[in-house]
Design a protein around this ligand. Structure first.
Ligand code: MIG
Length: 823
């Protein structure tokens, strides 16, 4: 070969074809200690390790001499009370000890290992690789142990456990994407949370990578024994959160990133949606059908066709001539109206939203300062197609402006805002979103779309939520969002977009929604029926039955599919579908109670079994069943044409919610099923709070409260109520009661031991259904015998043998402590 050519080849190789390779972090000298932080610095990198609490450690790595700014869109709390730790250092290593964790930092080469205080290694950098960087990218390699399960990462398809080691592992990206008609293999989807939980032999910890760029998590894919996470920009800024109880991991993760505020009670009813209900007549017709057919419902969604030429914040005057009147008429029937407001104002020089936005400099721009214009729904208007502009939600002033835009909608009586397309999605662009160099103000520290993309949806929710709060003080805003990130639970419920209608898609919903719950997104529910295609009658019924136990219950469908309101599949299905929705309403006291708990703890309502049974390996990858709150196990029928159904019951004893039949735990049972079956089991020792069927949540007050008691040796429960709507609960306007239960062969003792809060529901009766196999001779309250109903039907309190294995005790609900004894 001619020498000249050889020279050219070599230099091309070096300069053009050969990518720069990953650089190891290398060695570190002894750190500087400053309050809660150890700072390590070498010629090209900086690392900080901070103790945030006894269980939470923050690690920041940046391959530059210094950090740029300490900022997070996800983390809302860092000032935890107990930040004491012990620390020692030498040339070779530094050791930090808290009450819960031990951090071993090897200086040469620089590697971090985190252990619990029993010396078990929880998290460990790969000795060969550790933290590395190339250009603006940062990455860390960690050891993955044989028995380790990985969960979470937000809205992800596939199995519950993300380990998949038999298949060679998984790799997931965080880049919110409009993934129309997706299936289990599609990644990324609309929402992602760069947080995962590790479960190893029953003990859990979590890792949250606080980086909004397009992060990637490789879980044993590139190398079966290794996990890596990386980001193409920003810091490798991550939190290690100790359990060891998996619920504590979520509690602490949501301490950091916020929790779902208690939603209004009506948001927990059944919601009917369709792309689209095209006119006022159609909306009224749908509402009337629910009421005529006695199918409970609380809300109707109108989709994008309600707008004039798809312009957000407008109404099509021909189809919806008087929204205010329509909404108020619907409201009289107990039905609220929710509309979408997609965050992409249409370019309409005469429209106030566009005018104000331009005047206030509220839209994102190209690097040269021109406003970015992109095609979304408004570009599909056949009459006046126009591009859209995109509010810069990374700017506080823009969030304020945007939130105030909802004034008119709220005055019209719209009850909730549905935010779609906020990944953000942009049509006719190869990436499906805005170009990566679009500039976001980022509150005075301009950055580009690479960093803001994944938080765009979060910030659109924040702007909307805060706007609704300002407009309607003392109310609980309801927002349903598609684009979501860590912390979105602070503002909105999340639905996982446009899947398809198939049995496989139905089955995928359990692991997906459970994974979202683990990641802090508590208020979740998928489109009942599956979005993009048409379900059979049977599939629709099964989906609806499972949807009874979605935290958020909405039936929604695409414009190209057949209608799927609960009555369209013939009388038999109408009846069975009604029964499913009625079950949701019967359980609303329980559901609301679980929402209250979740709002205080962050522990998801719809949750995988391993969260409550972390030492039971049978639960580790169980994606066919879930728990609803602390006490109910839901095992929906997921097979077409099923007449037998297998249910795994973990340790303890379980009672069929419908018949009261008891089953021993730690076993799989085979039960007969038919189209009506919704297999649900109550845990021994649980209290299940119910009510008679209502047609909407507005009918709840004054309705009797039914308390089902399933005996266990000894147990307790708290039950929460409030007005369901206002913020009075934050000032003591709630009623929280504490119940205890003790049972033996000879008797059951029950007591209401504590009454807190100033809220009192309207007069009503309290009816106990106490599960009891043995014959009952005597029931007493505070030591005094209660008459039997047949002897004294007028008595304020009496008892009778109920249906099945239940004793029924009826009394006036008095908000006082008392003791009951059944013998
Ligand atoms: O590009 O508003 O996921 O729920 O019905 C499609 C119309 C836009 C996508 C949402 C879907 C909604 C539809 N939207």
């Amino acid at each position: 070969m001619n020498h000249f050519l050889f020279f050219i080849l070599i230099s091309c190789n070096l300069s053009m074809f050969c990518q720069q390779s990953w650089q190891p972090i290398g060695n570190m000298p002894e750190p500087k200690q400053n309050a809660q932080t150890l700072q390590f610095r070498n010629a090209h990198s900086i690392v900080e390790i901070s103790v945030l609490s006894q269980e939470i450690i923050r690690i920041r790595y940046y391959p530059k001499p210094d950090f740029v700014r300490d900022h997070s869109y996800a983390v809302v709390k860092q000032d935890f009370p107990d930040r004491e730790y012990e620390y020692s250092t030498s040339a070779q290593q530094s050791v930090i000890q808290t009450k819960a964790l031990e951090i071993h930092v090897q200086h040469q080469p620089f590697r971090i290992e985190i252990l619990d205080r029993d010396g078990n290694s929880l998290d460990k950098d790969d000795p060969a690789r550790g933290m590395i960087s190339v250009d603006a990218s940062v990455k860390v390699w960690k050891r993955l142990r044989e028995q380790e399960q990985i969960y979470g990462l937000g809205e992800k398809g596939g199995s519950l456990s993300k380990r998949g080691w038999k298949l060679g592992g998984y790799s997931f990206s965080m880049w919110h994407t409009d993934a129309f008609s997706y299936d289990a293999s599609t990644d990324p989807l609309y929402a992602g949370v760069p947080f995962y939980m590790v479960l190893h032999e029953g003990k859990a910890h979590g890792i949250f990578l606080d980086n909004s760029f397009r992060t990637n998590f490789d879980i044993g894919k590139e190398d079966q024994g290794l996990l890596s996470f990386s980001a193409p920009g920003g810091e490798l800024d991550y939190y290690v959160i100790q359990g060891p109880d998996p619920k504590d991991v979520i509690r602490r993760f949501t301490d950091l990133t916020g929790r779902m505020p208690l939603p209004a009670r009506w948001t927990l009813g059944y919601h009917q949606s369709r792309y689209s209900y095209f006119s006022e007549e159609e909306v009224r017709f749908i509402g009337q059908n629910f009421r005529m057919k006695h199918i409970p419902a609380d809300a109707i969604f109108i989709d994008i066709h309600h707008q004039q030429g798809f312009a957000p914040f407008t109404w099509d005057q021909d189809k919806f001539p008087d929204p205010k009147q329509m909404i108020s008429d619907m409201r009289k029937q107990g039905l609220r109206i929710i509309t979408p407001v997609d965050p992409h104002p249409k370019i309409l020089p005469d429209h106030w939203v566009y005018q104000q936005g331009i005047a206030g400099d509220h839209f994102v721009k190209w690097p040269d300062g021109r406003v970015f214009e992109g095609a979304v729904w408004p570009s599909r208007d056949p009459v006046n197609p126009q591009n859209s502009v995109f509010p810069d939600f990374s700017r506080a002033a823009t969030r304020l402006w945007y939130g105030d835009l909802f004034q008119e909608r709220m005055e019209q009586g719209v009850a909730g805002i549905w935010i779609d397309m906020n990944e953000p999605a942009v049509f006719r662009s190869p990436s499906g979103t805005m170009p990566l160099d679009i500039v976001h103000d980022n509150d005075g520290l301009p950055t580009d779309h690479r960093e803001i993309h994944n938080v765009y949806g979060l910030l659109s929710c924040q702007a909307t939520f805060e706007g609704l709060q300002r407009i309607q003080a003392n109310s609980r805003p309801f927002i349903l969002t598609r684009g979501a990130y860590t912390g979105t639970q602070r503002y909105a419920a999340v639905w996982p977009g446009d899947d398809v209608s198939s049995w496989a898609s139905l089955r995928e919903k359990i692991p997906m929604l459970c994974g979202m719950g683990i990641s802090g997104l508590t208020f979740v529910g998928a489109d009942i029926g599956g979005y993009a295609t048409s379900p059979s009658a049977e599939l629709m019924t099964r989906w609806l039955q499972m949807g009874v136990f979605f935290p958020y219950m909405r039936n929604h469908s695409d414009i190209r599919t057949k209608h799927r309101e609960p009555w369209v599949f013939g009388l038999k299905h109408e009846e069975i579908n009604r029964e499913a929705i009625e079950l949701r309403y019967k359980l609303l006291p329980q559901i609301y109670n679980e929402f209250h708990k979740a709002s205080e703890t962050g522990i998801p309502i719809m949750r995988p079994l391993f969260l409550d049974f972390p030492t039971d390996p049978a639960t580790y990858n169980m994606g066919s069943q879930f728990l609803f709150g602390d006490d109910l196990l839901v095992a929906p029928v997921l097979q077409e044409g099923a007449d037998q159904h297998r249910v795994y019951l973990p340790e303890g004893s379980w009672y069929d919610l419908h018949t009261g039949k008891e089953f021993g735990g730690s076993q799989s049972i085979e039960i007969p099923v038919d189209l009506r079956s919704i297999p649900v089991f109550a845990k021994a020792g649980s209290f299940v709070f119910r009510q008679p069927v209502v047609q909407h949540t507005g009918e709840m007050d004054g309705n009797s409260l039914h308390v089902y008691v399933y005996p266990g040796t000894a147990s307790e429960a708290s039950f929460y109520e409030d007005d369901g709507e206002s913020l009075a609960y934050q000032e003591g306007g709630f009623l929280k009661r504490h119940f205890v239960q003790k049972s033996s062969d000879t008797h059951i003792e029950l007591a209401l031991t504590e009454v807190r809060g100033s809220y009192r529901p309207s007069d009503r009766s309290l009816v106990w259904y106490i599960h009891r196999d043995q014959p009952v001779n005597k029931v007493s309250i505070n030591g005094e015998e209660i008459p039997k109903a047949k002897d004294d039907p007028q008595s304020e309190i009496n008892w009778e043998k109920g249906n099945g294995p239940f004793v029924k005790i009826r009394m006036t609900d008095r908000w006082e402590v008392f003791e009951l004894k059944v013998e």
